[in-house]
Design a protein around this ligand. Structure first.
Ligand SMILES: O=c1[nH]c(=O)c2nc[nH]c2[nH]1
Ligand SMILES: [Zn+2]
Length: 435
């Protein structure tokens, strides 16, 4: 007997990128909707009045008045070992790494510490409605074991990898080209494709890997099907200059990765603020993706991501929190800041495009849109229940809204973890807000 349960609330999900098909065609909304979940997958979605009479007798129906169900959020770039440095004062990227991040990542050689941090991190992700993320570990392979163990327990669709770093970092955080390859391989064999887990080959960024390490990273990326590649690119102007000095024989930053076989489908590059047109073109034609991380880009003073330009070259773009350079686990908070980053460049981010970036757009960037990202029948039932009455201010502001667009936009500007009533992964509740 399949296990069936239904959820009644307002339902909203994206069907496509509004940029490609227009707002109306890009989403589906049911004011009084019903989401029917069977064995962890979406079985049906529609108007409650139409679907309720079709349910088998005795099917449990959970009702959420004053709430909106959306797909779970997708975070395309985050660091689980950086929870301890979120909100660190006064530095831009390279100093921030030296001063705060590297010392903190050193603590992950201790498995007990890694396990504790993985629990804390996943608790935060789920409290914020994020059900899938592309995650940096540290250089220690046990950091990834601890993370995947915690994900497996909750049956989450997650992607992670061990950092590769064999130069320009403290000795306690470096591997070698060979040991990085061997440790990554061992982790891939242990975790990649197990349950809902995927592995990402994870060179930190070009400055901390030798050409030998990047060569072996490229070899690994080609050796196993459906692996991810996850790194940073063109986040900070000083960083871009440093890459030119370290790799004078390459045409530019992206060419360093391109030369070593690290671009293509399932390659995800965080930031991409200072990419030139040729680099955007190359990312687009190779099916690579960029993670737009607004809270981090503002907090570290890195710059303003040009969404219109990057998307104009056909690049897949997802949204990332980049905790701990980023300042919130909430993708609603990311969208709030994304709106402002785009305002400063004369670009608009409407509520439906925003929802797309945080859900289906992220899933497309990760080539997971056949499984997650919206609530079409057959998709995995990863979803979030957003509370229209989360705070007195949200309650009042939403009561003034006359359209769905207005309501959704205000929720995205005012909302954060407080707006998440409940989070589901593969049809199972994995977080419920107290009260
Ligand atoms: O936002 C960032 N966080 C990091 O940890 C990092 N390492 C290299 N480049 C980076 N950028
Ligand atoms: Zn990062």
């Amino acid at each position: 007997m399949p296990s069936t349960k239904a959820y009644r609330a307002a339902l909203l999900h994206c069907l496509a990128d509004p940029r490609e098909v227009g707002i109306e065609q890009a989403h589906e909304y049911f004011e009084d909707g019903l989401l029917v979940v069977e064995d962890g997958k979406v079985a049906r979605i529609g108007h409650a009045a139409e679907l309720l009479p079709t349910l088998a007798a005795g099917t449990e129906v959970v009702e959420y008045p004053d709430a909106l169900i959306t797909p779970g959020f997708v975070d395309t770039h985050i660091h689980y070992p950086q929870v301890g440095v979120i909100g660190s004062y006064g530095a831009q990227l390279l100093d921030w790494l030296e001063t705060y991040t590297f010392p903190n990542e050193g603590r992950f050689s201790d498995m007990a510490h890694a396990r504790g941090q993985a629990e804390l991190f996943l608790g935060e992700l789920l409290r914020n409605g994020t059900t899938t993320a592309l995650v940096f570990g540290t250089v220690h392979k046990q950091s990834v074991d601890a993370f995947f163990e915690a994900c497996e327990k909750r049956n989450l669709r997650m992607i992670a990898g061990k950092v590769l770093m064999d130069r320009n970092a403290p000795e306690f955080l470096t591997d070698t080209a060979e040991s990085g390859y061997a440790d990554s391989r061992e982790l891939i064999e242990r975790w990649h494709g197990k349950g809902r887990l995927h592995y990402a080959v994870t060179p930190r960024f070009a400055p901390t890997s030798t050409p030998e390490q990047l060569t072996l990273a490229g070899k690994l990326f080609a050796e196993f099907p459906d692996l991810y590649m996850h790194t940073h690119i063109s986040e900070n102007k000083q960083e871009v200059e440093w890459v030119k000095e370290l790799f004078p024989e390459r045409k530019g930053y992206l060419d360093v990765y391109d030369h070593h076989g690290l671009i293509g489908p399932r390659s995800v590059f965080a930031h991409g603020i200072h990419l030139c047109d040729d680099e955007c073109k190359r990312l687009g034609e190779t099916g690579s993706a960029v993670s737009f991380c607004p809270t981090s880009n503002l907090f570290l003073g890195s710059g303003l991501f040009d969404l219109a330009k990057v998307e104009g070259f056909g690049v897949r773009v997802g949204l990332g929190t980049d905790v701990g350079g980023g300042t919130s686990f909430s993708q609603l908070a990311s969208l709030n800041e994304a709106y402002k980053v785009l305002q400063l460049q004369g670009q608009k981010l409407d509520a439906f495009k925003a929802l797309y970036l945080a859900t289906l757009g992220g899933a497309r960037a990760l080539y997971l849109d056949d499984r997650i990202g919206n609530l079409q029948p057959g998709k995995e039932a990863d979803f979030v229940v957003l509370d229209y009455k989360a705070t007195p201010l949200i309650d009042y502001r939403l009561s003034q809204a006359t359209t769905l667009q207005e309501k959704l936009f205000a929720l995205m500007i005012l909302g954060d973890d407080r707006a998440v009533k409940e989070t589901f992964a593969a049809g199972v509740s994995v977080h419920r807000k107290a009260g």
